[in-house]
Design a protein around this ligand. Structure first.
Ligand SMILES: O=P(O)(O)OC[C@H]1O[C@H](OP(=O)(O)OP(=O)(O)O)[C@H](O)[C@@H]1O
Ligand SMILES: O=c1cc[nH]c(=O)[nH]1
Ligand SMILES: [Mg+2]
Length: 208
């Protein structure tokens, strides 16, 4: 199984609050934001940089520039939107695409309802969605993007199930997966155990 589990005390502590069923949407969104920023540190670690000259008040020296105009961040709606602000705070020049998918509650198959991606096919795509459960949604999003001609990907999530990691590894072995936690298994309804419940519902307060 190919997966980067970003193990860090700050992430572990925040994940504990995020998982807690008593955490309300207001705090849930804030925690999601904070964890996304910490994860992004690892997700972007190998982005290419080039040297540029810079003059400090004291001397000339060498600085670094990141080619961030070539980065496209793609949230999978809805829950992926909960990650977006954090990514744009750190990479404000990134372009943003949107893929709308929702799981059929019976079959657990993803149903597509929206897709709009910036045109640059050579962009480095950071696909974001807090939950990787069966992997059907992430795998379908990556297939759609590849069919449109996009080539470079990394996937960032918060909680992954082994079933989802295996599917994405099998269908998209070129795509590295970064997660804050690798959980135990899926239950009979396709929810991650222990997980955190339905991420979209918890971000947007649509839980009954
Ligand atoms: O790995 P999978 O089994 O495909 O499950 C993961 C998907 O399920 C959730 O979305 P959901 O379908 O609940 O839509 P929502 O974000 O609108 O709530 C989640 O945000 C993922 O997109
Ligand atoms: O546990 C899960 C599985 C799919 N989608 C979620 O939001 N949570
Ligand atoms: Mg949902």
């Amino acid at each position: 199984m190919q997966i980067h589990v970003v193990n860090h005390p700050l992430i572990k502590e925040k994940m504990t609050h995020l998982r807690d069923k008593k955490t309300a949407p207001r705090n849930f969104r804030r925690l999601l934001d904070e964890i996304a920023q910490l994860l992004l540190f690892e997700v972007t670690r190998d982005l290419p940089i080039r040297e540029v000259p810079v003059t400090t008040p004291i001397a000339e020296t060498t600085g670094y520039a990141l080619d961030i105009s070539g980065i496209t961040v793609v949230p999978i709606l809805r829950a992926g939107l909960g990650f977006l602000d954090a990514v744009l705070d750190l990479i404000p020049e990134a372009r943003v695409g949107h893929i709308g998918l929702t799981r059929d509650e019976e079959t657990l198959e993803p149903i597509k309802y929206y897709c709009k991606i910036p045109k640059d096919k050579d962009a480095e795509i950071i696909l974001i969605d807090p939950m990787l459960a069966t992997g059907g949604s992430a795998a379908a999003a990556l297939t759609m993007l590849k069919e449109e001609g996009y080539k470079h990907f990394r996937f960032m999530c918060l909680v992954a199930a082994p079933e989802g990691v295996e599917l994405v590894n099998r269908e998209h072995p070129d795509v590295p997966i970064y997660t804050a936690a690798l959980d135990d298994h899926l239950n009979e309804h396709g929810y991650i155990v222990p997980g955190l419940g339905d991420a979209g519902d918890r971000v947007f307060g649509t839980v009954e």
